[in-house]
Design a protein around this ligand. Structure first.
Ligand code: ATP
Ligand code: MG
Length: 263
């Protein structure tokens, strides 16, 4: 059964989608079967970066199913080359939130929809919008693990706390316990004094709230944005880059934390 991993931070533009894409291509190249689920309706979202056809059924159809069947869910999946498979999101997803909000058990819709195909994959990676709204709640409520990407900025770090608060509520109200809560320091200018100070802040927050920092920081590098612009994975676009090496280490740190790879 796939582990479902939600990538979330309340703050926008903190490399959530970039991190999902890097995990997807790295895990795929290591032989894992990977599905990405795009829960973000923004035009420049993950679906665009991985070359998905937004005209085909995707997240909107997935979340609209009253009784998800294996064939129905499979029809929402498309191949995304070196990234594995994807359930894509288009701009119409925002407009469907009213319907989601009106449903009974509204934060467990994704969890129930993924169940029929969970045996087909090793990892299901869920990208979320930069807000703690109903789709983000669905991602967190479905998750076995949560990875919180954060850049070296105060609002990004504040966004970690908001995600941890929701996880606390989910545990208390719905009895949903997360396996691993990992903070990923990404797009991180490690040499700057401010970054060093902020790292200490994140370490304290993690310690206090039962989360952990995964591996070492992923450096800032223009290759990250350029790869997305070309619709390529970092491995294809910039095989010798530092940022790819950093993401590889991050994936290894995650697998080690799960006990799937030896430290
Ligand atoms: N390590 C990096 N070095 C340089 N730029 C990066 C790095 N990681 C991500 N970026 C760039 O930062 C921008 C924001 O990244 P991304 O879209 O992944 O963030 P996001 O958190 O998913 O944003 P949103 O909240 O809007 O969904 C993008 O232009 C991306 O290319
Ligand atoms: Mg994003």
């Amino acid at each position: 059964m796939a582990r479902i991993v939600a990538f979330s931070n309340q703050k926008g533009g903190v490399a959530k989608s970039t991190t999902v894409e890097a995990f997807a291509s790295e895990l795929t190249s290591r032989g894992f079967r990977v599905l990405m689920v795009d829960m973000d309706a923004q035009p420049g979202n993950l679906s665009l970066h991985v070359g998905a056809d937004k005209g085909r059924p995707g997240t909107r159809e997935l979340l609209a199913m009253a009784r998800p069947s294996e064939a129905g869910v499979a029809a929402c999946i498309q191949e995304a080359g070196g990234f594995g498979d994807v359930i894509a999101a288009d701009e119409g997803l925002d407009a469907a939130d009213d319907r989601l909000n009106a449903r009974v058990g509204r934060e467990r819709i994704l969890d129930r929809a993924l169940a029929p195909i969970q045996g087909r994959y090793d990892f299901i990676l869920v990208d979320t919008p930069p807000a703690l709204q109903v789709r983000t709640l669905n991602a967190l409520a479905a998750a076995d693990d949560v990875i919180i990407p954060t850049t070296a900025g105060l609002s990004s770090i504040a966004g970690i706390g908001s995600v941890l608060d929701v996880l606390g509520d989910l545990a208390e109200v719905a009895g949903h316990r997360i396996g691993l809560v990992g903070i990923a320091l990404v797009d991180w200018e490690a040499r700057l004094r401010l970054s060093k100070e902020l790292r200490v802040v994140v370490e304290m927050l993690a310690e206090e709230r039962g989360a952990r920092i995964l591996g070492s920081p992923v450096r800032h590098a223009t290759a990250a944005a350029q790869a997305q612009r070309h619709g390529k994975s970092l491995g294809d676009y910039a095989p010798g880059s530092d940022v790819l090496a950093d993401y590889r280490e991050l994936v290894t740190a995650y697998l080690e934390a799960l006990g799937l790879e030896q430290a």
